[in-house]
Design a binder for this molecule. Structure first.
Ligand SMILES: Cc1cc2nc3c(=O)[nH]c(=O)nc-3n(C[C@H](O)[C@H](O)[C@H](O)COP(=O)(O)OP(=O)(O)OC[C@H]3O[C@@H](n4cnc5c(N)ncnc54)[C@H](O)[C@@H]3O)c2cc1C
Ligand code: SF4
Length: 494
């Protein structure tokens, strides 16, 4: 522990967010980094506690507590406090292939489990992580890793999201020749075509995938496995295949007039915006545009928030975000104690921007959309809703009950469905003859990752269901270890 009294002397200081009214004028990232001296001060707040939960990655009540990657947080905080940036970097890279992604987009279950959080604001773990990796890039400490000896084994990874990238990087490290097949025109999965640029600038995704290419990993883009290249071709060419194809089937809302135009899945809306931004700085006009429109986002989660922020930047006329669940408490409730992931109300960046622009939080809670209305041109014009209240059934499960007389109509020109995902693309699953589990995800045990098809493994959202970048990296690493063991009889991969 670097400074025994750091947590008593210094206040938590996050990397500052740019002013809401300024940042909505562009697509650049939301935060500015702290200077090095302030960052070191923040690291000194880590108490290096005897039983740190921050790096435990335990699941409590279905949510992770502590870092799912088991990042060695107290260790690198201590090194950072002592100014030993390079040593901190190597400690960080032991467990996390891509801290530059998690350092920006991770919801930080580590911070929810930080011991200091029991009495004071937690250590800025995520910001510290980002500062360490960025210093590594700045100083040129991060270099391509070309293995001294190749194993002679070839592996195909399907999908270039964080699970596929982590899996490929680990397998390359131990000498296997890896080819990543990606159906999109750019690599990165949802890092590129889900998470908006202001949360994760795509130049950082490119920086990483360029580095991986220089390390000997091949990216084959615009190629859909199961269609452009068949299962038989893949099995004949590669010693093993890892499916990291994500959970890409969005949950639909099958209500009256769902066929109206102007109703889109959130991920289609967000990806069209990013693709156009990257290709032409929006000059090609090839994106779903909210300019001048009344926008309603159905789904109160993080993806919905990304839609709110995107619509505001495009210049929407109004924005609302509907959530069927009740509003969360402002502080932990007694049945959600430390070190569980805190289930508390968060006002995310998009909602803050909506407050700055329109004067109010765009979220409506306990609201269910019953039908859409459309005009004679088949364009959506309104939503009909009803309020719900939540009760418990005999088994203690919560269910919504509609409140009579609470029906309302909301004008809408653009509706974005941000209600999550229900599993992997069925065409790939069918092409490979893969068995699914009861939730509709690819059936493969965690930490084993093999599917019902010989030589074929699965990792990330496609196996786990819709999740987080940090879990995708973890799964990619675990799958790589299993594939290495399958190919070589044993594995030294962590
Ligand atoms: C809008 C949005 C915002 C999010 N924000 C956050 C956030 O802030 N923080 C966070 O931690 N998580 C966030 N997530 C979740 C996170 O992005 C995912 O959990 C993570 O990307 C999953 O990684 P993955 O590698 O398993 O799959 P993905 O990232 O989905 O990548 C799968 C890739 O496989 C490709 N593919 C699919 N089928 C084929 C095929 N047949 N052939 C070739 N390629 C194929 C797809 O094109 C895709 O590129 C967000 C998700 C969304 C939708
Ligand atoms: S990856 Fe996420 S949970 Fe792990 S240390 Fe970083 S911010 Fe925390």
């Amino acid at each position: 522990m670097g400074k025994t009294t750091g947590f008593m002397e210094y206040k938590r200081q996050e990397s500052p967010y740019r002013d809401e009214l300024e940042r909505i004028k562009d697509w650049n990232e939301l935060n500015n980094p702290l200077c090095e001296a302030d960052r070191i001060t923040q690291a000194s707040r880590c108490m290096d506690c005897g039983t740190p939960f921050c790096h435990s990655g335990i699941i409590f009540n279905g949510l992770p507590s502590g870092c799912p990657l088991n990042n060695l947080i107290p260790e690198w905080n201590d090194l950072l406090y002592h100014g030993m940036w390079e040593e901190a970097l190597y400690r960080l890279l032991k467990t996390n292939n891509f801290p530059e992604f998690t350092g920006k987009v991770c919801p930080s279950p580590c911070e929810g489990a930080c011991t200091l959080g029991i009495t004071s604001p937690q250590v800025t773990i995520r910001n510290n992580e980002l500062a360490i990796i960025e210093k590594g890039f700045e100083e040129g400490w991060i270099k391509p890793f070309i293995p001294v000896k190749r194993s002679g084994k070839k592996v195909a990874v399907i999908g270039s999201g964080p699970s596929g990238l982590a899996c490929a990087e680990q397998l390359n490290k131990v000498g296997h020749l890896v080819t990543i097949y990606e159906k999109a025109d750019r690599p990165g999965g949802l890092l590129t075509y889900g998470i908006p640029n202001m949360k994760l600038d795509k130049k950082f995704v490119k920086r990483r995938t360029d580095l991986m290419e220089k390390s000997g990993i091949t990216f084959v883009l615009n190629t859909e496995a199961g269609k452009d290249i068949t299962k038989e071709e893949l099995l004949a060419t590669y010693d093993s295949i890892v499916i990291c194809s994500g959970s890409t089937t969005p949950r639909d809302l099958r209500i009256d007039n769902r066929d109206a135009s102007g109703i889109y899945y959130a991920v289609d809306y967000l990806s069209s915006n990013t693709r156009s931004l990257l290709s032409s700085n929006h000059e090609d006009g090839q994106y779903i545009n909210a300019k001048g429109l009344n926008v309603i986002v159905i789904g109160g989660g993080d993806t919905g928030n990304d839609c709110v922020a995107t619509a505001i930047r495009q210049g929407c006329k109004s924005i609302r975000q509907f959530e069927i669940m009740p509003e969360a408490a402002l502080e932990r409730s007694s049945d959600n104690p430390w070190p569980e992931f805190p289930k508390v109300k968060k006002v995310d960046y998009g909602q803050k921007e909506a407050i700055a622009v329109f004067g109010n939080d765009p979220r409506e809670y306990n609201i269910s959309t019953k039908s859409f209305e459309k005009n004679e041109d088949n364009q959506v014009i309104a939503l009909n809703t009803v309020k719900v209240e939540w009760s418990k059934d005999y088994d203690g499960r919560f269910f919504p009950r509609e409140i009579k007389g609470s029906e309302e109509k909301y004008e809408a020109d653009l509706v974005l469905l941000a209600m999550g995902f229900v599993g992997p693309d069925r065409s790939l699953v069918e092409a490979f003859g893969i068995t699914l589990d009861g939730r509709g995800n690819i059936k493969a045990e965690y930490k084993n990752h093999s599917t019902n098809v010989d030589k074929v493994f699965a990792a990330g959202d496609t196996r786990r269901g819709q999740s987080l970048v940090v879990w995708a990296i973890r799964e990619g690493r675990e799958a790589a270890k299993q594939v290495d063991t399958f190919l070589m009889g044993s594995s030294n991969l962590p």
